[in-house]
Design a protein around this ligand. Structure first.
Ligand SMILES: [Zn+2]
Length: 319
């Protein structure tokens, strides 16, 4: 319902998180302690360009704000691809997005809503979400990994996201040393060639001639299909090796894993843990492996967390 009085200063303040993914867009409203107080999910109009994608998210956000009567303090956006987090622009996007690379995301959001906006790569936002309100809340040194269509990675060091000079710190999916298979990025032998959902299906098809989704391969592995088991063993061993390399370089204590492939956690986790146990880190401290907890909302909650973190110091009385 519209036409009510304008929000007064005592109206509860919220931070919005927007996750613009290849197929769906998630919008959440979070209080200052990142409790989700509203949310909605709509299809992403990826073929209609950046203006339509951001416009769709803004429509959802305005509706949520109208319904709940909250006062918006700021907006965080998580987007797939390579982003310039400082300039708030998408730099490189996959082919499934039309007119998205170069799109000024934060300027568009700020112009429409009149509040500050911030942009993160989606995997960085995923880890922000899990490290502030999810499975690794309170842990200071974490590798975040998403096993989805591709493999994404991000690093949480000393309780903050490590971005790197190109926003690419922790991009574990595209480091070499995992065989010689061609990767979607144009490289060879990357972790993604063994551990992404798309790769799990492709590796199974190479062995058997049968085309299956990663989920179907996981179901076959549970039924003791030897080829499916071998494909998942290769994925688990590769993920463990990536964790061990990261632990050796960064002394992370914990790895949090999300993405569609992690739905096969009862199958995948023991395979990763077995490989980790065979080669313990030189520190002598084993790596703790945990499953992501925020599910499909992790990126949006993490994006809201970025906005809260950026704006927190500017608002009196907020921790
Ligand atoms: Zn690659």
């Amino acid at each position: 319902m519209s036409g009510g009085p304008p929000p007064c200063p005592s109206t509860p303040e919220v931070f919005a998180g927007i996750d613009i993914g290849g197929t769906t867009t998630q919008v959440v409203l979070c209080t200052a302690d990142l409790t989700v107080v509203g949310g909605s999910e709509v299809p992403t109009p990826a073929a209609r360009g950046g203006g339509a994608m951001v416009g769709t998210a803004l429509d959802v956000l305005r509706r949520l704000l109208d319904e709940a009567g909250f006062r918006l303090a700021g907006v965080g956006v998580g987007a797939a691809g390579v982003v310039d987090a400082r300039a708030g622009r998408v730099l490189v996007a996959s082919d499934s997005f039309h007119d998205w690379a170069g799109f000024p995301v934060t300027a568009t959001v700020e112009g429409a809503l009149g509040v500050p906006a911030f942009l993160d790569n989606d995997v960085n936002a995923f880890l922000r979400g899990e490290a502030t309100k999810g499975a690794v809340a309170g842990v200071s040194h974490v590798l975040g990994m998403t096993l989805g269509t591709g493999v994404g990675g991000a690093l949480w060091v000393d309780g903050t996201l490590l971005e790197g000079p190109h926003g690419a710190a922790g991009e574990i999916g595209h480091i070499p040393g995992f065989g010689d298979l061609p990767c979607t990025c144009g490289g060879r032998g990357h972790l993604e060639t063994l551990a992404s959902g798309r790769s799990i299906g492709a590796r199974y098809a190479e062995r058997t001639g049968r085309h299956r989704t990663a989920r179907e391969v996981a179901e076959a592995a549970v039924r003791d299909d030897a080829d499916a088991v071998a494909v998942f063993e290769a994925a688990g061993t590769a993920v463990a090796r990536a964790l061990l390399v990261t632990a050796g370089l960064m002394d992370v204590t914990t790895a949090v894993i999300g993405g569609g492939v992690s739905r096969a956690w009862p199958l995948l986790a023991p395979l990763i843990r077995a490989a980790l146990a065979a080669e313990p880190p030189v520190s002598g401290h084993p790596i703790r492996l945990v499953r992501a907890r925020l599910g499909s909302r992790a990126v949006a909650v993490g994006a809201a967390s970025r906005a809260r973190g950026e704006l927190g110091a500017a608002v009196p009385g907020r921790a």
